[in-house]
Design a protein around this ligand. Structure first.
Ligand SMILES: Cc1ncc(COP(=O)(O)O)c(C=O)c1O
Length: 356
């Protein structure tokens, strides 16, 4: 039983959607397939442009950064975990990163970022929506809206967020958004889904050059406008899987229903863990919908829980990272999970605690 924060279990119908006779990426059927994916992304994200790029989540974030930031642009960053730190490293490759820190476990909201934004001459803000390493949901809606009111472009790592957490790019003031196929949409790994606002499209379209060939969004735009295809050979099998994952998302009530299902599972998980006496990593009000991080009494206890779950019950959860690397564990409630499995994992943790 895989309760890890991506890759997540993939439904059989999604897996089977990949098992077809191969087609060329330069045919009408490919155009129709990619058109369907892009059109649905535009609607889901409320974006001006959208692309599905073959590669992992990090490639999507890098694509946003290198297309939307110029070399001398100052980029405000608000890391609060491993993936926030990786975003800073990505920004440093292409622009001038200005990272700000916060105590481990705490989330970013407008109150904590407003003064920094007010005193900054940064052109871009880049941050993580759902910090997977700790299970923290940053209050990006208020922050991004405010940054936009100060004429900044906003880039959001939403790799482990959507559709377990809401997104409306226009309403939230998000200019660049990236989501991993292996996370809450519950398709196999290997695609990154990108949304771009009108301002983002204007920014990258107007550039004379960008420091990448594969990730140059002008190439993606040009090819899509020509025949609804991708500039290079995409992972066609993953497109089929993603299309099926979107069908299932829609059948189950769409992104709003998905957000509620994730939020309910997260609340249930937190309650059960708190009742067992565990501390939660995320500060109250900043808890993730898709993954819960919790703290054990000792590194030994964390190790025992994790190994007993796996060795004796075939349930795989993961450790936390950085500050909570030794004592912290994480349970994912991400994708097309069955709440009965989460229940069973929590029952088993309770049993392990009773035995020890
Ligand atoms: C928030 C976040 N950002 C970025 C990544 C990197 O994604 P990938 O490993 O697909 O490149 C992950 C992966 O877990 C993530 O959770």
């Amino acid at each position: 039983m895989l309760l890890t924060p991506g890759p997540v279990p993939v439904l059989e119908e999604i897996l089977k959607a990949q098992c077809k006779e191969m087609i060329t990426h330069r045919c009408k059927e490919s155009s129709e397939l990619y058109y369907d994916i892009v059109e649905r992304l535009l609607k889901y994200f409320n974006a001006k442009e959208a692309y599905a790029i073959t590669g992992s989540g990090a490639l999507g974030i890098e694509t946003l950064v290198l297309n939307l930031c110029e070399k001398d642009d100052k980029v405000l960053c608000f890391p609060n975990g491993d993936f926030g730190e990786k975003l800073v490293l990505t920004v440093k490759v292409y622009a001038d990163a200005d990272p700000h820190s916060i105590e481990a476990g705490k989330g970013w909201n407008l109150e904590r970022t407003k003064e920094i934004i007010d005193n900054s001459n940064a052109k871009v803000l880049a941050m993580v929506y759902n910090e997977t390493s700790y299970g923290i949901r940053n209050h990006i809606k208020e922050i991004c809206k405010y940054a936009k009111s100060k004429d900044m472009l906003t880039i959001l790592d939403g790799i482990s967020a959507w559709p377990g957490t809401e997104m409306d790019m226009k309403e939230f003031g998000v200019d660049g958004f990236a989501v991993g196929s292996q996370k809450a949409i519950a398709a196999p790994p290997g695609l990154v889904l990108i949304g771009l606002s009108k301002d983002a499209v204007e920014r990258y379209s107007g550039r004379a050059s960008v420091p990448s060939y594969y990730c140059d969004l002008r190439r993606h735009q040009k090819r899509y406008k020509k025949d609804n295809q991708t500039p290079n050979t995409p992972a066609i099998t993953l497109f089929w899987a993603l299309q099926k994952a979107f069908d299932i998302l829609d059948q189950k009530g769409g992104p709003n229903a998905s957000v509620k299902r994730h939020a309910d599972a997260a609340a249930y998980t937190r309650k059960r863990l708190a009742d067992m006496g565990f501390g939660l990593i995320a500060e109250k009000g900043f808890e993730s919908n898709t993954v819960t991080g919790f703290v054990c009494q000792s590194a030994e206890q964390a190790k025992t829980i994790r190994s007993k779950l796996l060795d004796e019950h075939n349930i795989r959860i993961v450790g936390s990272r950085s500050t909570f690397k030794e004592n912290g564990l994480r349970i994912a409630h991400m994708g097309n999970f069955d709440i009965k499995n989460i229940e069973a994992a929590l029952d088993t943790i309770e049993e392990i605690l009773r035995e020890s």
